[in-house]
Design a protein around this ligand. Structure first.
Ligand SMILES: Cc1cc2nc3c(=O)[nH]c(=O)nc-3n(C[C@H](O)[C@H](O)[C@H](O)COP(=O)(O)O)c2cc1C
Length: 323
């Protein structure tokens, strides 16, 4: 067993988290993650209403008696979702761990504190991590430039970001972006993290509610086949490289604005990718780590393999290097 401040703080067996994933972070995935001893997060906004989130939390509880949390992603939106109502749904369902991402968690902290909810804030810079610590989050998840989704605008990869954040933080920190296996977990621990957060790797498991063709696409793709979209809008996102992502980059670099790409980047088109298995149906999120993902295991096989091999790496490879 690998025991860290992360496992002790959140009451899970392994120092591994499954971060929020729009359209993917449902009970189908989160329950097996919890049963495997890792910390999974249901993605609040994947549920169309706060009431639907309440029902999804209940469904997850039927599938596991282990701890799990809810991700609340707060991003700029044309029509913002009713964040306060989602927050209330989370608290009323008795959830005790929330992953916040996007904007600062500060406005939400008094509510979470009052309801005894531990907050893991996911951010992409040392300064935002330090700010999150100052406003009272329980832990930080630091997302390097490699990550799927929103890597921020600083372009600092994990190899620098993780130790730089570790130097400034006193609360538990997990490293995110680019992790898929035991090598990554051991490296993260050595760099000063208390565990890892993974998105793409969990998306490519048997239980993830994603079409088999998309999982196979992840297995087949190399680390070079992602695209950074929305750079000129200062809302960078790392997504799969495909016909649509290339077109979006082209339109924006030719001076286009959001209105010119609105239809191409519609969330509903992205969701179609996962349901239809057509990788060119829209924009969909994936990380550079796909280059080191070579199979589609069950969640239990994946988590067990990572922790077993991590222990071996520490006991045999690393200890064996010391003379
Ligand atoms: C399909 C997909 C959807 C995602 N959606 C969200 C989201 O809604 N909110 C969020 O905070 N992070 C989201 N992420 C980011 C993950 O939680 C995690 O931070 C990221 O995947 C880590 O990088 P990795 O993919 O290299 O492991 C998403 C990632 C993927 C792969």
């Amino acid at each position: 067993m690998l025991t860290t401040r992360f496992t002790e703080t959140f009451g899970v067996r392994h120092p591994i988290a499954q971060g929020g994933m729009q359209w993917v972070g449902t009970a189908d995935l989160v329950a097996p993650v919890a049963n495997a001893g890792a910390l999974g997060f249901l993605t609040a906004l994947t549920q169309p209403t706060p009431e639907a989130l309440t029902a999804e939390i209940a469904r997850c509880r039927e599938l596991t008696d282990q701890p799990f949390g809810v991700n609340l992603t707060i991003l700029p939106a044309i029509t913002p979702p009713p964040y306060d109502e989602y927050r209330h749904a989370i608290a009323e369902a008795g959830i005790t761990i929330v992953e916040t991402a996007g904007s600062s968690p500060e406005p939400h902290m008094p509510f979470f504190r009052e309801h005894g909810i531990k907050v893991v804030h996911k951010c992409t810079s040392v300064r935002h991590a330090v700010k999150a610590q100052a406003v009272g989050v329980t832990a930080v998840s630091i997302d390097g430039f490699e990550c799927a989704g929103h890597p921020g605008e600083d372009d600092v990869p994990g190899l620098v970001l993780i130790p730089a954040a570790a130097e400034q933080l006193t609360i538990p920190m997990i490293a995110s972006g680019g992790f898929a296996d035991a090598r990554g977990l051991v490296a993260a621990l050595v760099l000063g993290a208390d565990g890892v957060n993974m998105g793409t790797r969990f998306m490519c498991t048997q239980e993830a509610p994603v079409h088999e063709a998309i999982k196979q696409r992840i297995v087949d793709a190399s680390e070079r086949e992602t695209e950074l979209v929305f750079r000129t809008l200062h809302n960078t996102a790392r997504v799969a490289q495909n016909a649509v992502s290339r077109e979006v980059v082209q339109i924006l670099s030719d001076g286009g604005g959001f209105e010119d790409i609105r239809e191409l980047v519609a969330g509903s088109r992205g969701r179609t990718v996962y349901t239809s298995g057509d990788p060119d149906a829209g924009i969909w999120t994936v990380g550079q780590v796909q280059g080191i993902i070579h199979d589609i295991p069950t969640v239990a096989e994946l988590v067990e393999r990572i922790v077993t091999e991590a222990e071996q790496l520490i006991r045999e490879r690393l200890a064996g290097l010391v003379s």
